[in-house]
Write a protein that binds this ligand. Structure first.
Ligand code: AMP
Ligand code: MG
Length: 488
């Protein structure tokens, strides 16, 4: 498909006035295409050659609309840091419409597109820094097999945007199966618009649970909650297994289909640090890394409450009880793969917990350790692992490896088979904060080469890429715990 062939539908915008406000984007005066994502072009069925089409600068900055586009600022509310905020909605992003490709429906959402009725005190813009961070994060999580929104392109500008300092504005076209958040349901519930709530449930079910088509509102709402619980459990299990901290798990940042959504001050763990807080505005650590499973359940409770308009409390409670076992199973499966275990045993949870306690206590780099573990063989001294662990913890490491050896022996693990499987479960490249910072600083100087390089690594994070070895390195001490502003 050529760019000129793209034709969007607008089923969400057609749901009615209650669902948002139609509004045109506010384009930049001098938009410049900084990157078009070949992988997402392919996903959408757009020809690779179109990446260089000069029309992107206009389309990606709202100066021109795709055929059929009906830009809409979606209305939603949500709980932010545990407190209900009735005034939310798309304050700087617009749903452009839906694109069908290969039987899938993809929504295009233009972020940084100017003020809307839901902008409150904001300027409606996004800065280049945060736009690059969102762009990279989507590719990083996708590359790691974790459901996420992605982005089609970034357009930069010379428009000054004031944050802690003056930066420049940028926009990205976010691509997702849906932009419906927990907060959409909360909005209709708290404003007593039950007919609109019913319509939203039916709309979401028609897209994602077609088998629930003929059910009544109560049964659809319950099926939807079960679906969201399952997807959210899988998403969070993925985060915990790769060491990703979202940073702002407010219910307006939770996708109803369990996509990782709305990237702000997120972070990947360098050292394994369960209490890691990536958002420096999160003074109580509500969204610390180890809190994420519990917060996800808190958020699902908020969603269930919104659905209590249709579903009995007892049934909601039954649904919510499914979360914890699903999360534990999904996490255990990912951690078994990381440890190279082909089967499951009762003691695996303890084996894994003992290792994580060792890594936390020794301040060991999480990603490097597991990648090195892929090359471990019982019959050889664990030199590569020792290099990553402080000498004070070598005895504990040897002790853990004894248990690991016994566990491997019990399933007759073949080291070559295991090595291959583990290299496909333990990434070499993750989106470390200090690397993201370097890419951003280069882009702010007009050098986009590091952005291209890191995207290619994040899109294939399990491959060796020997020419890019430095991008796999742990940060220098000064690159750990860089303060990440939540301004974006
Ligand atoms: P976030 O913290 O990015 O998830 O955003 C929370 C709410 O604030 C959403 O309703 C956003 O649309 C809105 N918002 C964030 N930044 C801006 C901005 N610069 N201008 C207008 N609205 C914004
Ligand atoms: Mg948000």
């Amino acid at each position: 498909m050529k760019l000129s062939d793209i034709s969007l539908s607008h089923h969400y915008a057609d749901l009615g006035d209650a669902f948002g406000t139609p509004i045109a984007p506010t384009p930049f005066a001098h938009p410049q295409l900084l990157h078009a994502n070949p992988a997402v072009l392919r996903l959408l069925g757009i020809d690779a050659g179109e990446a260089a089409n000069p029309a992107w600068a206009q389309l990606g900055s709202g100066a021109r609309l795709f055929t059929g586009s009906k830009p809409l600022a979606m209305k939603y509310t949500g709980h932010q840091f545990g407190v209900y905020n009735p005034d939310l909605g798309d304050g700087r992003a617009l749903l452009l419409g839906e694109l069908e490709s290969d039987g899938e429906t993809w929504e295009l959402h233009l972020k940084g597109a100017g003020k809307t009725p839901y902008s409150r005190f904001g300027d409606g813009r996004a800065v280049l820094r945060s736009t690059i961070r969102e762009y990279l994060a989507g590719e990083a999580l996708h590359g790691l097999g974790i459901p996420t929104t992605r982005a089609l392109c970034i357009v930069g500008s010379d428009e000054p945007v004031t944050r802690e300092k003056i930066e420049t504005g940028a926009m990205l076209i976010r691509v997702a199966r849906t932009h419906i958040r927990f907060g959409h349901f909360e909005y209709f519930f708290y404003t007593h618009q039950l007919e609109a709530l019913r319509k939203l449930i039916a709309f979401t079910c028609a897209r994602f649970l077609p088998e629930s088509k003929d059910l009544d509102a109560a049964a659809q709402a319950e099926a939807l909650l079960r679906f969201t619980i399952r997807k959210t459990a899988q998403m969070v299990a993925g985060w915990q297994a790769v060491g990703f901290a979202h940073g702002v798990m407010n219910t307006d940042n939770m996708s109803i289909i369990g996509d990782t959504f709305d990237y702000g001050p997120y972070g990947f763990l360098d050292d394994y640090e369960p209490e890691f807080i990536c958002n420096h505005s999160d003074h109580t650590g509500r969204y610390a890394f180890e809190q994420q499973p519990g917060v996800a359940l808190w958020n699902l409770n908020a969603l269930a409450h919104a659905l209590s308009a249709f579903v009995e409390t007892e049934a909601l409670r039954d649904c919510l009880e499914e979360f914890q076992p699903q999360l534990i199973d999904a996490y255990a499966e990912r951690m078994r793969a990381k440890l190279g275990l082909a089967t499951g045993e009762d003691g695996d949870r303890k084996l894994c917990a003992d290792l994580l306690a060792l890594l936390a206590d020794g301040h060991v780099d999480y990603t490097l350790f597991f990648r090195a573990l892929a090359h471990y063989r019982s019959e050889r001294p664990p030199a590569a692992l020792r290099e990553l662990v402080p000498a004070s913890h070598w005895e504990a490491l040897d002790h853990w490896l004894d248990h690991y050896d016994q566990r491997l022996a019990r399933e007759n693990s073949d080291s070559r088979v295991r090595n291959r499987a583990m290299l496909g479960a333990n990434p070499k490249f993750i989106l470390r904060n200090y690397l993201a910072q370097r890419v951003i600083e280069a882009a702010e100087r007009g050098d986009y080469q590091p952005l291209h390089t890191i995207l290619a690594l994040l899109q294939a994070p399990y491959d060796e890429h020997p020419e890019h070895e430095p991008w796999a390195a742990a940060p220098p001490e000064s690159g750990k715990h860089l303060p990440i502003s939540c301004s974006s």
